[in-house]
Design a protein around this ligand. Structure first.
Ligand SMILES: Cc1cc2nc3c(=O)[nH]c(=O)nc-3n(C[C@H](O)[C@H](O)[C@H](O)COP(=O)(O)OP(=O)(O)OC[C@H]3O[C@@H](n4cnc5c(N)ncnc54)[C@H](O)[C@@H]3O)c2cc1C
Length: 432
């Protein structure tokens, strides 16, 4: 039986492994393997909610090993570090525990078909001090660390505010893309929830959240009117948006701009830019772009090797209009379905078909305050702006689509129901 190996069990990779396991794996037509660096999966667009405590990640996370058992694929815990194309093997780096004791040595896994789905990370563009002083939200572990840091910083600030009237807690985020904007709104919500739970010495106007953006406007990838609507909502929340502000250096005290001005911040988040991990640069001699993404043909096969596919944020595919498919969960979701069809076609000696990105629109969720975005019409009429309840429903439906692809309709309905129950029986905020 052929070995089909998927590396990365995120928005795209987990859906693909589940589909292949349920079909080819179940019928014993292929061995399906999923490799991930973590034991559990959490849908990445939820990370800012984990970071601010609005979401308890323990409830929504999925265990890869249990999921693999139920869906007829094999899970390998490990971090891919290299690729040996001559022998058709991926190389997993040795694994160490928290005390630096080796748990597993370097391992090799043979593939007949390989799908790279390792996602992306924020790009600090080598800005001095960014790695040292900023928090990043690329992985669940980082979101958990930020959450602890946020609670401790808030506790300290609340204590200081009880003694010093003119004290303020400054939090600054670099990058006014969806992550930065959504995080800022969530932080505002967290502050009012913490006040309700008794940390009320720090008054609303003493929390200063700033978004720093080098471009002319927030949400640069979205239409102007959505950007304007989101900006208005942020202003209502007293969130300071500094556009056309270029961060030159990060220090313990805050962000230094090109003009030499310091934007003070106790908590600093870097949420700008997207790049594939550095180890993917020239991986196995495959073609990649300047941000390490693997260049793929419309069939989603890499340009230099038909047995290797790449999907989601770690792939780069130019569309007919010359623009790349954007790094979004909806693209990863669509590409997982498309690669599934192409693998089945290739397995039955048929030619793979071309993938066409269907932009369903973009939505930005400003915590409980508002949701704004655009939905694409069926006709060539372009996009339609949506706000409020409808926008919120569509925003949630993107996650539900992922859950349905991974768990099926029945389990997703039960999970939705248990989510509702948890809202009643658990605190509104994760407080520990
Ligand atoms: C805070 C936040 C909010 C977002 N909001 C939205 C939104 O509202 N809408 C939207 O469309 N998109 C959103 N995005 C973007 C979206 O999350 C990504 O586009 C999407 O998750 C990409 O899917 P993927 O499958 O390519 O990678 P991911 O979902 O990132 O999955 C990658 C997987 O690969 C694993 N991995 C990484 N490196 C290795 C390795 N070396 N070896 C083995 N495994 C590895 C990781 O553990 C992970 O499980 C958001 C992103 C963030 C950070």
């Amino acid at each position: 039986m052929k070995n089909i190996v998927i590396v990365g069990g995120g928005a795209g990779g987990l859906e693909l492994a589940t589909k292949l396991g349920n079909t080819l794996g179940k019928r014993k037509q292929a061995n399906i393997h999923l490799v991930d660096a973590n034991n559990t999966h959490l849908w990445k667009p939820l990370l800012h909610e984990v970071a601010t405590g609005s979401l308890d990640s323990g409830i929504d996370e999925l265990s890869y090993r249990a999921h693999a058992f139920n869906h007829r694929f094999t899970f390998h815990l490990g971090r891919m570090g290299n690729l040996d194309r001559d022998n058709k093997e991926i190389i997993l780096s040795p694994m160490f525990d928290d005390n630096q004791q080796q748990v597993l040595p370097e391992r090799r896994l043979q593939y007949d078909m390989l799908v790279m789905a390792v996602g992306s990370q924020t790009n600090d563009f080598g800005t001095p001090g960014a790695k040292e002083f900023c928090s990043f939200l690329d992985a669940r572990s980082q979101a958990d660390i930020f959450h602890k840091k946020l609670l401790n910083t808030y506790l300290k600030a609340n204590n200081t505010a009880s003694r010093e009237g003119n004290f303020s807690l400054n939090i600054a985020i670099v990058g006014a893309g969806a992550t930065g904007v959504e995080l800022a709104a969530e932080l505002h919500n967290t502050a009012s929830e913490l006040a309700a739970y008794g940390l009320d010495q720090l008054k609303k106007d003493q929390l200063k959240v700033t978004i720093i953006e080098a471009g002319e406007r927030i949400l640069p990838a979205l239409p102007n009117r959505i950007s304007d609507a989101a900006h208005r909502e942020l202003s209502k929340l007293n969130i300071d948006v500094k556009t056309q502000t270029f961060v030159q250096e990060v220090t313990q005290d805050g962000f230094l701009t090109k003009e030499g001005k310091l934007i003070p911040a106790e908590l600093k988040v870097w949420a700008a830019g997207v790049k594939a991990p550095d180890w993917m640069h020239n991986l196995g001699g495959l073609e990649c772009n300047r941000v390490n993404q693997l260049v793929v043909k419309p069939s989603l096969q890499t340009t230099l090797d038909d047995s290797i596919f790449a999907i989601g944020d770690c792939s780069f595919m130019l569309q007919k209009d010359g623009t790349p498919v954007p790094p979004r969960a909806q693209a990863a979701h669509q590409q997982a379905s498309h690669v599934y069809k192409n693998i089945v076609r290739i397995n039955t000696n048929r030619e793979p078909t071309d993938y066409i990105y269907k932009d369903m629109g973009s939505l930005v969720n400003l915590s409980r305050y508002s949701t704004v975005g655009s939905l694409m019409g069926n006709l060539s009429s372009g996009s339609m702006m949506v706000e409020g309840r409808i926008a919120r429903l569509v925003y949630i439906s993107l996650y539900r689509l992922h859950q349905v692809a991974v768990h099926g309709y029945t389990k997703t309905t039960l999970m939705t129901l248990s989510g509702r129950i948890n809202k009643i029986i658990r605190p509104r905020l994760k407080l520990h």
